[in-house]
Design a protein around this ligand. Structure first.
Ligand code: UN1
Length: 493
């Protein structure tokens, strides 16, 4: 087993600002945590669901009471604008509000039998122990999408947050654990990617984990899927996206530009739901591009504590990854939108930048016009403030282009023609479709998730996530007094 080591989480506003230091633990720590979770699971599942719902209600109230401190910590640790960080914290509260009520529902069904004097039922049972592995771009909201319903359904949880958002994760854990959760019900483990794999492999082999939930890259998701498959498990995977937005010839172009700006550059383009490529009808392409360029030039970038469109990238690893995406810009591309591309520095400044950029991981917003279907920029998630632009002639072509990268998370269409919106919805392979709205910013009670390279079809949020954290159990009860046999003793008319 690899030993533990100390990891330092720094602020992307100022890489010399150490937010916290944590020890990243070897895989055995995850196995131990899974053992604790296993030991606590039966008694937690025995707590009546409405009472578990009350605990979820307590969590929501505690998060509300600590909202501003939590949001400010998120802004400092990962550089998300404060308004977005506040929204992220609100998303935890909304998730708790939803699942607090679910504690009084968690419905099963009564089902008619094909035989007389026999009744059929279904029940939702907790899966057992859930291992949750989350990214740091939504360091507190996305974990709550897993942890809250998992707990409500009677599961216990081992949570491995991203190390680069360790302080936010610890604050989340502290609030959750002070809400009245019994010992062992929620466990946090800090470890790096390889240590986590080692731990997960061990815990699965020992039968200590019954469900894995993962939000992160497509590559890591595939590895997790493979590992879970070996143990006959279906993980809940929420992976990358190359989310298209289609702008039709009849679209409100100002609205489309505002939508592109928020979806492409909001959160510095580091949402799984961020805009990838704007697919614009050829008749409005020039005008859309002109307005998008103006809006981008006017956009305020900088210190996320101020009123900015976006702040720095999450951390140095993500900044390096985005630099690799920028290296995919080719001579046939027209680069627009800023005085430069890449990192904002003294030699590569951005007009109207707010705050100090010297020690921050700030990047120019970049529009790349003329992306082609075989370009890496068209096909691969970039995870940074970059928007590709291309054109289409008819809606079928727009749908085909939207589906081409093989992801299938989110998408948008800007149109004033309902027929186009419905035809687009039916043709596009994404799990989430916005009409005249951003690809990002899903509400917390609709099914969230994707297909293809974006995930394995699992859905989070709302009642749909209950299928991740419960398993259906059926029961039949024969009160005829004789041994009635299905398919053989069916009542005849
Ligand atoms: C993510 O980036 O992993 O819909 C999640 C949205 C947010 C969640 C994004 N509510 O953009």
């Amino acid at each position: 087993m690899s030993p533990g080591y100390v990891y330092t989480s720094t602020s992307p506003l100022d890489v010399d600002d150490v937010v916290t230091s944590v020890e990243l633990l070897p895989g055995s720590a995850l196995v131990e945590a899974a053992r604790r979770a296993r030991a606590a699971q039966r008694s937690w599942a025995a707590v009546p669901a409405p009472v578990r719902g009350e605990v979820i209600g307590n969590i929501g109230r505690l998060v509300s009471a600590n909202a501003e401190a939590l949001a400010r910590l998120v802004t400092r640790e990962i550089g998300k604008p404060l308004a977005e960080a506040r929204g992220e914290v609100q998303e935890i509260v909304d998730t708790c509000s939803f699942f607090l009520g679910e504690g009084r529902r968690l419905y099963g069904q009564t089902v008619p039998s094909e035989m007389a004097d026999k009744q059929l039922f279904t029940f939702r049972n907790p899966v057992g122990v859930a291992a949750i592995i989350t990214a740091g771009n939504f360091p507190v909201a996305v974990p709550s999408w897993y942890v809250v319903p998992a707990l409500l359904c009677g599961n216990t949880v081992v949570w491995k947050p991203a190390e680069y958002s360790a302080a936010s994760a610890q604050a989340f854990y502290d609030v959750f654990s002070s809400a009245g959760l019994p010992e062992g019900v929620l466990n946090i483990v800090f470890s790096d990617g390889e240590q986590t794999f080692e731990g997960l492999e061990g815990a699965l082999a020992e039968g200590l984990v019954d469900k894995v939930g993962f939000t992160g890259s497509t590559e890591v998701g595939a590895r997790i899927g493979e590992l879970c498959g070996r143990h006959l498990q279906t993980p809940c995977l929420e992976l990358g996206g190359k989310n298209p937005m289609v702008v039709t010839e009849d679209a409100d172009l100002d609205l489309a530009v505002r939508g592109a700006l928020f979806a492409g550059f909001g959160s510095a383009g580091q949402r799984c739901t961020s805009l990838g490529t704007a697919i614009v009808h050829e008749s409005v392409h020039a005008e859309f591009l002109r307005r998008l360029v103006v809006a981008t030039e006017d956009a305020v970038v900088g210190d996320p504590a101020e009123d900015v469109l976006f702040g720095p990238l999450l951390d140095a690893k993500f900044a390096a990854g985005f630099e690799r995406s920028l290296a995919a810009i080719r001579p046939h591309h027209a680069v627009r939108g800023s005085s430069g591309t890449g990192r904002i520095t003294r030699d590569n400044p951005r007009k109207g930048f707010v705050g100090a950029f010297e020690r921050g991981l700030y990047f120019h917003p970049t529009i790349v016009d003329g992306v082609r279907p075989d370009d890496e920029l068209f096909l691969q998630e970039a995870f940074g403030p970059i928007i590709g632009v291309t054109t289409y002639r008819d809606l079928d072509e727009a749908v085909e282009l939207g589906n081409l990268p093989g992801y299938g998370l989110s998408c948008a269409i800007y149109t004033t023609d309902p027929a186009k919106a419905f035809r687009f919805r039916a043709g596009i392979g994404a799990g989430m479709v916005s009409v005249n709205n951003s690809t990002s910013g899903a509400e917390a009670h609709l099914p969230f998730g994707g297909n293809g390279r974006s995930g394995n079809g699992s859905r989070q949020s709302g009642v749909w996530v209950l299928d991740q954290f419960t398993r259906w159990q059926s029961m039949n009860w024969d009160y005829s007094g004789s041994l009635q046999k299905a398919q053989m003793d069916t009542v005849e008319i």
